[in-house]
Design a protein around this ligand. Structure first.
Ligand code: SME
Length: 156
């Protein structure tokens, strides 16, 4: 549990500006991953999974910051990411070792938050964050990340 105050509002504004920039969507998502991982100590892996337009029930790994993962494709319903996609809602997992439907990337990961990116009720992708801490994600994290996904939805 971190005791430092996270500058969510400043980061949100930086992301608003970043999304307004000239880069491609992929480059913008990559910058968001790096910014979040650099600025928030307990965000140890930050990445996007995107829904492939031709395969509506599969997530494909997009831009990410952190250790490479074997989970480059995830079927809807599989793991935390697949469940968040199937149910179209945020999953906050304070302790991944207590989960039965979980895809492990590394034994260092202790907790995870997955926020779907929805457009007109359709799942377009999701933001996935792993932490090496137990139970670090607060309601503020959830609200902040859902607001970011709300911004990204508008450029997809
Ligand atoms: N842990 C995820 C898999 C993706 S990695 O965290 C990057 C899951 O259970 O869906």
């Amino acid at each position: 549990m971190t005791m430092n105050k996270i500058p969510f509002e400043r980061l949100y504004k930086e992301i608003v500006d970043l999304l307004d920039g000239p880069e491609t969507i992929y480059e913008k998502l990559q910058k968001i991953c790096k910014l979040l991982r650099d600025e928030i100590s307990y965000y140890d892996w930050v990445g996007f999974y995107l829904v492939d337009g031709s395969k509506k029930d599969e997530l494909v790994l997009g831009p990410f910051s952190g250790a490479p993962t074997d989970h480059k494709k995830i079927s809807f319903g599989s793991g935390i990411c697949g469940q968040a996609a199937a149910l179209k809602r945020t999953f906050v997992v304070p302790d991944v070792q207590k989960e039965t439907n979980y895809l492990s990337c590394s034994s260092s990961v202790r907790s995870e938050i997955v926020v779907p990116i929805l457009k007109d009720g359709e799942i377009m992708g999701e933001l996935d964050i792993d932490s090496h801490e137990i139970s670090p994600f607060s309601h503020e994290d959830q609200e902040f990340l859902e607001r970011i996904c709300g911004l990204i939805e508008k450029i997809l």
